[in-house]
Design a protein around this ligand. Structure first.
Ligand SMILES: [Fe+2]
Length: 392
């Protein structure tokens, strides 16, 4: 009985939150018939002096229109999962911006924490500006995706009811409920060595060692939890360092997610959206990859977390060298093809898929404290996005 009740509740949640729009196939065939019927009468007047036929343009325009009006349920599922991810990214980036970024009309909220900002500035003098701009980009991503979904008659994504987590109590942070938790992170920094490998690719099942092994061995704050975290100096610096590597973790995920999702898109306009947003995630990743390498080597005296010198033994070399921030060419598609510089992973339904993203972010500790319903909704959005296949 209890199982049935849970199942019913789960189905209700899915119905409310994961409702793809119907494919308007009748509209497609109507447009096609209309083109055939209307085309003949205009052909006679079609030729211009330069020899281009007007109906060809008209037909192309109509075809574009047809494409944009014709989203498959898979397209909708992809866009809805992307919107959910962007909402979650916005929530976490806003927390970073309140304490470490620039608070203005573009990214309002918070008033900054001088000791935390000072820690971030050790990674780059422009960290606050970059944090602000990354936050603004994520706001624009989810706002656009939701507006686009609505314009196509599909349900936008709303996660507001899951804003239940207590945020930082440090001076500078807003006292409001959050979707994500930045205070108990277990940051996977294997992206560092994955993008430096010349011979391996996660899409071939390869795994990679972390740059900062200590970040995988416990739960660490990436923002000050309260003013008690603002000292001693190496503690708040370790928090800023953790943030620096977490930025890279988040944005490399987006860099893989968009090309992976894009392979399941059918509608060309949806494909264009995915191909236009995805590389912005990669531009974020590239920036953070560079800045993380400047994180000062230290040991946090409060918890023993070590940030090693990545340019010295036992680190160093091409796998760890901090200025080696551009993706090394590696194997792609087949080991018999030449190595190529690529985003990895990108295998559809593989390690870079929607469900894998939820799994990675959950393991990261981002959702510690969230409700079972939150995980159900996010998992369903991910499964539907991963089920999308081109042409269906
Ligand atoms: Fe984004």
């Amino acid at each position: 009985m209890e199982h049935n009740a849970q199942q019913a509740q789960k189905e209700k949640i899915m119905e409310e939150n994961v409702q793809p729009s119907k494919r308007p196939s009748s509209r497609r065939s109507f447009l096609r018939k209309g083109l055939v019927a209307g085309g003949a009468g205009t052909i006679g007047a079609a030729l211009l002096a330069n020899g281009l036929a007007l109906p060809a343009f008209a037909e192309e325009r109509d075809r574009d229109k047809e494409r944009s009006d014709d989203l498959t349920s898979g397209d909708v599922a992809i866009l809805r999962f992307a919107a959910a991810i962007e909402i979650l990214e916005t929530d976490l980036w806003q927390q970073y911006n309140e304490l470490g970024g620039i608070q203005d009309s573009e990214v309002p909220g918070g008033s900054g924490s001088a000791p935390y900002i000072n820690g971030l500035l050790q990674l780059d003098g422009d960290m606050s500006q970059y944090i602000h701009d990354n936050t603004e980009d994520e706001i624009s991503h989810f706002t656009f995706l939701n507006a686009y979904l609505a314009s196509k008659g599909a349900n936008p994504v709303d996660l507001d009811k899951f804003r239940t987590l207590k945020g930082s109590q440090a001076t500078g942070a807003q006292d409001k409920k959050r979707l994500t938790n930045l205070m108990q992170l277990t940051v996977d920094t294997s992206w560092w060595t994955r993008y430096r490998s010349r011979t391996q690719n996660p899409d071939f099942g390869d795994t990679f060692p972390p740059a900062i092994p200590g970040l995988l061995k416990g739960q660490f704050p990436a923002i000050p939890r309260s003013n008690a975290d603002l000292a001693p100096a190496n503690h708040i610096q370790a928090i800023a360092n953790t943030a620096g590597f977490h930025f890279g973790f988040i944005e490399q995920g987006g860099s893989s997610l968009y090309p992976t999702l894009a392979q399941g898109a059918t509608n060309l306009e949806v494909l264009r959206i995915l191909l236009s947003i995805g590389p912005v995630e990669t531009s974020h990743f590239q920036t953070w990859h560079d800045k993380a390498g400047n994180a000062p080597a230290l040991t946090d005296p409060t918890n023993g977390l070590v940030f090693p010198d990545l340019n010295a033994a036992p680190f160093g070399g091409e796998d760890f060298q901090t200025n080696l921030i551009m993706p090394e060419p590696t194997i792609f598609l087949s080991r018999s093809l030449p190595a190529v510089s690529i985003i990895r992973p990108t295998q559809i339904a593989g390690s870079g898929g929607a469900v894998a993203t939820v799994k990675a972010w959950t393991a990261d500790g981002l959702f510690i404290g969230q409700s079972p319903e939150f995980f159900t909704v996010l998992q369903q959005l991910a499964e539907q996005a991963d089920a999308a296949r081109r042409g269906f």
